[in-house]
Design a protein around this ligand. Structure first.
Ligand SMILES: NC(=O)c1ccc[n+]([C@@H]2O[C@H](COP(=O)([O-])OP(=O)(O)OC[C@H]3O[C@@H](n4cnc5c(N)ncnc54)[C@H](OP(=O)(O)O)[C@@H]3O)[C@@H](O)[C@H]2O)c1
Length: 337
């Protein structure tokens, strides 16, 4: 089987290798991967950016895959050959709060990922793909959609009485917008371009602010809520946005601290946190239960993942470059022939 392997950190060190076809052991499921999707995390991982929290040499990248079961090992009861499946980001985290042991067993970071034709999974680390959802759509969900769900629904508890602010038009932000609208909330989106804001409005955003032309977008968001502020900020840009996010959020509101496309180190005005009774809540993707809830929500609310572009496996370096450019609108995917 073919696998895309990072011999050492750096896009120039990504190469397709031939590897022996794996065979399932007890409790394992052999999956023929058909599709994968990229996350900003993969851009960092391919630069070796996670240090000791990632495999530096010989990593098969990418965390999110979908395909069909080829063969199951002894003791496997949840799947059979021919089933269509999607993997979870942390195979050991089934439900409930995170634990250190769950976070150490990931896909595509510390352990090999899904940029390959075949991979073994524990039977616990997979879920069936519902009818009506194709492999590419399913492959967009394990990281970005689960993270957005965890922020908006599991921890944010968003409902029709709430206002949610999303940042940009990447994978997490667009899923967060879709889940917020499905919950009946009002959504304010910020983006680098008016063209993208128009596309976010078409997806349901009630209001949009261009953060390039309005550096004080946090204050603007507050004004557009009649001075009350938003209930939840889905914070995906990090250092570039946290200050304005704290201006945008309501008294007692929550900032779901997720990403750092705008840098990892931010200055925090502690008086604003204290006097605003703000909740800064870190999100680490989510559990299998969250992915199950995402699959149900997609079916119930007819939510279609937004796919920007699809590349063949051999063009993974170009796909990574496209994500790094920040030009995408939604998810960038890989078709695994
Ligand atoms: N904690 C977790 O569990 C978790 C899980 C998933 C992802 N993440 C992190 O969340 C972040 C987003 O991930 P992703 O995969 O959704 O990224 P992505 O698909 O690569 O999206 C990047 C988008 O961010 C927007 N952006 C860039 N700079 C911005 C800024 N200064 N202010 C507002 N928006 C900005 C851009 O959209 P516009 O051009 O529209 O502005 C860009 O298209 C990354 O840092 C990722 O590592 C964390």
């Amino acid at each position: 089987m073919r696998a895309m392997v990072m011999a050492a950190p750096g896009l120039e060190n990504l190469r397709i290798e031939e590897r022996p076809d794996p065979r399932p052991g007890p409790g394992q499921v052999l999956v023929r991967l058909r599709a994968a999707s990229l996350n900003f995390r993969d851009v960092l991982a391919l630069r070796g950016g996670y240090g000791s929290r990632q495999k530096q040499a010989g990593l098969v990248p990418l965390s999110d895959g979908a395909g069909e079961v080829l063969e199951v090992g002894s003791g496997v009861t949840r799947f059979k050959a021919g089933d269509r499946v999607v993997n979870t980001f942390f195979p050991g985290w089934l439900a409930g709060p995170p634990a250190e042991a769950f976070l150490e067993e990931d896909v595509g970071g510390l352990h090999d990922g899904v940029a390959c034709e075949m991979r073994l999974f524990s039977q616990e680390g997979l879920l069936p793909i519902p009818a009506g959802m194709d492999f590419l759509q399913a492959a967009t969900l394990p990281c970005a959609a689960v993270t957005a769900w965890n922020a908006v629904r599991a921890h944010g508890g968003v409902g029709p009485e709430h206002v949610v602010l999303t940042q940009g038009s990447g994978g997490v932000a667009i899923f967060a917008l879709q889940f917020a609208k499905a919950a009946g909330a009002r959504a304010i989106a910020i983006s680098s371009s008016d063209d993208k804001l128009a596309r976010l409005a078409a997806l349901g955003a009630d209001d949009g602010i261009n953060y390039r032309s309005d550096a004080e977008w946090g204050k603007t968001a507050r004004k557009r809520t009649q001075g009350r502020g938003v209930d939840l900020v889905v914070e995906t840009a990090g250092a570039a946005t946290l200050k304005q996010s704290m201006r945008a959020v309501s008294l007692g509101g929550m900032i779901a601290v997720i990403g750092m496309v705008g840098g990892p180190v931010a200055e925090v005005q502690l008086p604003l946190v204290a006097m605003g009774s703000l909740r800064l809540h870190g999100i680490a993707v989510g559990s299998r239960r969250h992915l199950q809830e995402v699959l149900q929500a997609c079916a119930q609310h007819r939510i279609e993942p937004v796919i920007d572009r699809v590349f063949p496996l051999a063009e993974l370096p170009e796909a990574i470059g496209h994500v790094a450019s920040g030009q995408q609108f939604g998810k960038v995917c890989i078709e695994i022939g």
